[in-house]
Design a protein around this ligand. Structure first.
Ligand code: COI
Length: 355
């Protein structure tokens, strides 16, 4: 275990909760591993890197994060290979995106090497929490919060960087019916849409709840100006197979640059598929559905993995999509990515890091 950069102090729990786990029944995001990593930012630098038992935080009611939402997060997964190694999938990409979010939210960066070291150290302490069974993994939640006990509006001077983990099963256990949202917006040009800012998710709850009342598990957001172009689904990026080509909205300042989406694109190109990353209009998708040229629609995200979209609703009409079993590309890429993350296929893209 390396503690070269950070000199992390480790206080282990005296009462592990691991024996309480029902490994075959892991709801997403409700069960937390024994330890967490915490580091403080003060006087312009990171200090006190510590691994402690997972516990509540205490803070002043005036703490900045509680009022103005100066916070952002990442989502990552660790898996266990057949020989017991703990594997991370493209963690440097998460670390880099973490710092993009930090910049946009006016918060301090965590150098990539520090981020990775904190993560690896935590994973080694809690390695028994990484599920071995296929379809399960250890979800990792790094995040940062503004800690100044100050009610005025300005960037905080103090922050906490925390990583905790939870053993999880599927985020979506079934194909998802989605609604194309044309009233509310998730992100605007010049806004924070490309960052994993907490507020992006808070702002989407009300329209998502309205969509859920109509029977849709998820919204597909459209551009805020004209509601003409498809953006993302909030919990995942979206991809379509139309006329045999893979078509997906390109990353932009209103769309999160999904690591799973980028990986799917790289794999598809490697397999010889034609891939178009560009603006995708709602009209193009709906027309392709009507003309039976859309054969697959799915989301891609860390938590969601590859989530099949069963139906798309637009302006009051719901279009059922082709049966999931017949979807050649997305089923194949899900199997390949799952195998890849478990170290069952060659790491040909150099995406795996052993914790
Ligand atoms: C992830 O995929 O890790 C995310 O951050 C999405 C979240 C809403 C669960």
């Amino acid at each position: 275990m390396s503690t070269e950069l950070l000199n992390i102090s480790i206080e282990k729990t005296k009462s592990s909760k691991i024996n309480e786990l029902d490994w075959d029944n892991l709801p997403f995001g409700r069960v937390f591993s024994d330890h967490m990593f915490v580091m403080d930012y003060k006087d312009g630098q990171w200090e006190n890197p510590t691994i402690t038992p997972f516990a509540d935080l205490t803070m002043s009611p005036a703490t900045s994060i509680l009022h103005y939402g100066q916070t952002f997060f990442e989502g990552m997964k660790a898996t266990k290979s057949e020989n017991g190694d703990i594997l991370l999938f493209r963690p440097e990409e998460n670390a880099k995106r973490f710092n993009l979010s930090a910049e946009r939210m006016c918060m301090p960066e965590v150098p990539v090497e520090m981020f990775i070291e904190a993560l690896r150290t935590l994973l080694n302490v809690d390695k028994d929490w990484v599920p071995a069974k296929e379809g399960f993994s250890l979800y990792i939640r790094p995040f940062m919060i503004a800690m100044d006990p100050y009610v005025g509006i300005r960037p905080s001077d103090t922050y906490k960087f925390i990583i905790f983990t939870c053993p999880v099963g599927a985020y979506y256990s079934e194909p998802v019916p989605v609604k194309i949202e044309t009233k509310y917006s998730r992100a605007v040009e010049g806004g924070t849409g490309y960052a994993k800012a907490g507020g992006n998710y808070a702002g989407s709850l009300y329209p998502a709840m309205k969509g859920q009342k109509e029977g849709f598990r998820q919204l597909i957001w459209t551009d805020a100006k004209e509601h003409k172009y498809i953006e993302e689904a909030g919990t995942m990026n979206v991809l379509f197979v139309i006329d045999g080509k893979i078509i997906t909205p390109a990353s932009s300042d209103t769309i999160l640059s999904g690591i799973t989406r980028r990986s799917v694109v790289d794999i598809a190109r490697d397999w010889g598929y034609e891939v178009e990353e560009r603006k995708v209009s709602v009209e193009e998708v709906i027309t392709a559905i009507k003309e039976n040229r859309l054969t697959e629609a799915f989301g891609a995200g860390t938590a969601a993995t590859i989530a099949q979209i069963s139906a798309i609703s637009f302006e009051g009409t719901t279009y059922e999509l082709p049966a999931v079993e017949g979807r050649e590309f997305s089923n194949k890429v899900l199997t390949y990515l799952t195998d890849y993350k478990h170290g069952k296929v060659e790491d040909k893209f150099n995406w795996i890091l052993k914790a």
